[in-house]
Design a protein around this ligand. Structure first.
Ligand SMILES: N[C@@H](CCC(=O)N[C@@H](CS)C(=O)NCC(=O)O)C(=O)O
Length: 208
């Protein structure tokens, strides 16, 4: 398998976590989005959307013949990995929980990523001199407000968002990690989220 990714990209991190959780080996090819490599002609052949990540896998198809599968978009890649490599499962068994896992993944990718993306942009792509402290503080507070949803979800004391570790935890990890790294006071004001995040950090997949 080949993963085309950019180390700091939350979508790439989400896929690397799932690959690690499933114990899958793969080669990594850097697509440097800071240099615009995602728009190169060669990469657009792999992902016509011009985004990271993308995954290329070679496996036997239904008739037993080998085929090359190219998948892009982190959610679709993780669904592919779940279908192709179901052990260990990262989707809950219950249909209601499966729906909730998808809702939480979508929420992490499209809602939570907004303020954490602002923090990332301010700390990683902006020089110290040009940083906007009001914007940073607003993004930190917005992150905390959004994570209130997870604090509520974790109130019954389960270790992970839907009980057992799932795709929903993997999807939220990159944004929560950036939130903590860039000063959102999660450990101070959201005790359940704080304990859950510590659990995520202690999983070997976090290092991926
Ligand atoms: N929905 C896509 C989003 C992918 C995405 O936005 N990737 C960003 C990095 S996290 C990217 O490639 N940015 C470069 C660009 O938009 O030109 C996914 O989950 O894979």
């Amino acid at each position: 398998m080949i993963l085309y990714d950019y180390p700091a990209s939350p979508s790439s991190r989400k896929v690397r976590i799932v690959l690690a959780e499933k114990g899958l080996e793969y080669e990594r090819r850097l697509i440097d989005i800071a240099k615009g490599e995602q728009r190169s002609e060669a990469y657009l052949q792999i992902n016509p959307r011009g985004k990271v990540p993308a995954l290329v896998d070679v496996r036997k198809g239904v008739g037993g013949t080998e085929r090359t599968i190219t998948v892009y978009d982190s959610t679709i890649i993780n669904e592919y990995l779940e279908d192709a490599y179901p052990d260990p499962p990262l989707m809950p068994a219950d249909p209601g929980d499966r729906a909730m896992a998808r809702i939480l993944e979508d929420w992490a990718d499209n809602v939570l990523v907004e303020p954490t993306g602002v923090l990332f942009g301010q700390y990683v792509f902006t020089s110290e001199r040009r940083r906007n402290n009001a914007k940073i503080e607003e993004a930190r507070m917005h992150t905390i407000e959004l994570l209130g949803r997870l604090e509520e979800l974790l109130r019954d004391g389960q270790p992970y968002l839907l009980g057992d570790y799932s795709i929903a935890d993997a999807a939220a990890t990159p944004s929560v990690a950036y939130a903590v790294q860039f000063g959102a006071p999660i450990h101070e004001v959201l005790p359940k989220v704080s304990q859950w995040y510590t659990r995520l950090k202690n999983r070997p997949s976090f290092d991926a």
